[in-house]
Design a protein around this ligand. Structure first.
Ligand code: TYD
Length: 223
């Protein structure tokens, strides 16, 4: 029996994590075995890389970033995702290889073939059946974020200010150009592969997005 692999993608603060959790809860309530993962993370190495990447303020080269995310993903695929799918589970991933394509490729500017090679090595043929893009203009997404960290263009981990602190215009303007590239990258991927991608307007109320996710996921990933 082989399971179903569903991924959630999008910029910061678009509600991916919440929607992934709501879908997991509903599928579990219907009696499906569900395995939820959040990248980077989900294995000892993945958590180490997550903690390291998020705690360091020193800039990382895009090349190193690419390989760190790939290493975390390789562990997750071989130790968690592939075995769970082989047992018939639904695997729900909050970010996967498309995050690398968009963040390290489109936004950081690494050559697409190099990013593709790293993704191929990490995923080893395990690709999603269905991917939800939670699409929102980056400024709206950033307003929704409370205390969270993210990468800026220079590879530094930076706190995203709370809405009420968002008078820090220099930071926002710096960050926005990067996050706009992220958004454009995702929209281009979704347009190029409509069989796998479902792009949803993440500025809608949470319940509306949740219903749209459920409608499509309940169809089992088939268009
Ligand atoms: P996280 O706190 O998980 O953010 P989010 O809730 O938005 O997923 O931090 C993950 C950060 O890592 C986020 O800024 C996106 C970035 N990232 C990449 O740049 N490349 C990748 O391959 C992955 C998985 C994440």
């Amino acid at each position: 029996m082989s399971g179903l692999f569903i991924t959630f993608e999008g910029g910061e603060g678009a509600g991916k994590t919440t929607q992934a959790r709501l879908l997991a809860e509903r599928l579990a309530a219907e009696g499906r075995r569900v395995v939820s993962v959040h990248e980077p993370g989900g294995t000892p190495l993945g958590e180490y890389i997550r903690g390291w990447v998020k705690s360091q303020s020193a800039p990382l080269t895009p090349e190193a970033e690419l390989l760190l995310f790939a290493a975390a993903r390789a562990e997750l695929v071989q130790r968690v995702i592939r075995p769970a799918l082989a047992e018939g589970a639904v695997v729900i991933a909050d970010r996967y290889a498309d995050s690398t394509t968009v963040y390290q490729g489109c936004a950081r500017g690494l050559p697409a073939d190099r990013v593709q090679a790293a993704n191929d090595a990490a995923t080893d043929g395990v690709s999603p059946d269905l991917t939800f893009l939670l699409d929102a203009p980056p400024d709206a997404g950033m307003r929704r974020v409370r205390i969270q960290t993210s990468f800026d263009e220079a590879g530094q981990v930076e706190p995203i200010p709370r809405a009420e602190e968002s008078g820090k215009r220099r930071f926002e303007e710096l960050g926005l150009a990067f996050h706009r590239k992220v958004r454009e990258g995702y929209l281009a991927l979704a347009q190029a592969n409509p069989n796998r991608w479902v792009a949803l307007d993440a500025t809608q109320p949470l319940e509306v997005v949740q219903a749209q996710v459920w409608e499509r996921a309940a169809a089992g990933g088939s268009a």
